[in-house]
Design a protein around this ligand. Sequence first.
Ligand code: SF4
Length: 270
Amino acid sequence: MTITSPLARGARDRLDELDRRLEKAYGTPEAVLGNKEDPLDEAIYIILSFQTDLARFGATWDRLKTTYPSWEALERAPVPQVARVLREGGLHRQKARTLKRLVTEVRRIAGELSLNLLRDMTDEEAEQILTRLPGLSWKGARCVLLYSLGRNVFPVDGNTFRILKRVGVLRSSAIYRRRYLHDALQAAVPAARRRVLHVNLVIHGQRTCLPVAPQCPRCPIRSICAMKGLPRAARKAATGPFDLAAQTKRLRTLPANYRGAHLMAERPLK
Ligand code: SF4
C-alpha cells in the first residue's frame, strides 16, 4: 500500500521559517515545561500530562511526589489511593491504573524501578522499549528520549499537530495516530533544531495557538499561517481586532466536534 506523505508541499521551508520566528518570539523557555532528567520520572510526568494543562499536571506531579517520595512507595500503593492523589489532574482513575501498570512493567523488564538501562541503547532500541510500556505513545517515548536521554528526536504532541495543520506544514488529511506522521515530521526537522522547535511549538500551543480560541491577531507567525481547519467563526475572530472576551464568546459557538478534535488529538493511555 502506498502511503501519501502527511507533509504538505514546501513543508521543510515552512518549518525553517517557523523555527526562526518562534525562537525569536519565545526564546525556548524549556524550564517552564518542567520535564525531568530521570527517564522513569519523565515517563510518569508524561502520563500525568494527558488531556490537561501544564499548571494542573505540574501540581499533580508535586502531589504525587509528596505522597510517594520513592516509586517503590507508588508500587506498593493500591490503585484507588493513587487515583485520589491524582484527582485534580483529570482522568485520575485511568492514570492511576496506567501508572501502576507502568511501574509493574518497568520492574519486570529492568529488575528495578529505573529506566537507566535505556542510556546505553540506540534511539531505536530505546524507543522500542518505551512504546511497549503502558501509557507511552511515540510522542511520550520521544519526550523521554529528548529530555532525559538528550537524544535528537522530535516529539509530536497535540500542540505541535494542531499548529502544524493550521499553519499548512501538515496536510489537512494527516492523522495523529500514525507512526509515519511522527517519523516524517522528525525527518523534516534538522537534528540540531529538534529540541528548540519542539519546546517553542509547545509554548506557542499553550500561549497563543490555543485549541479552541487561537489568538491569531497577536500571533508571531500569523503572516505565514494558512489558518487551515479554522471554522469561519475562528477566521473572523482571527482577522478582526484582538478582543479575547469577544473572541472566546464567538468561539464557544463552534461545533463540539471541532473542539473535541483538538482536545482528543492525543489518546495515548493504553
Ligand atoms: S495565526 Fe492563528 S491559527 Fe495560525 S498559528 Fe497563529 S494562532 Fe495558530
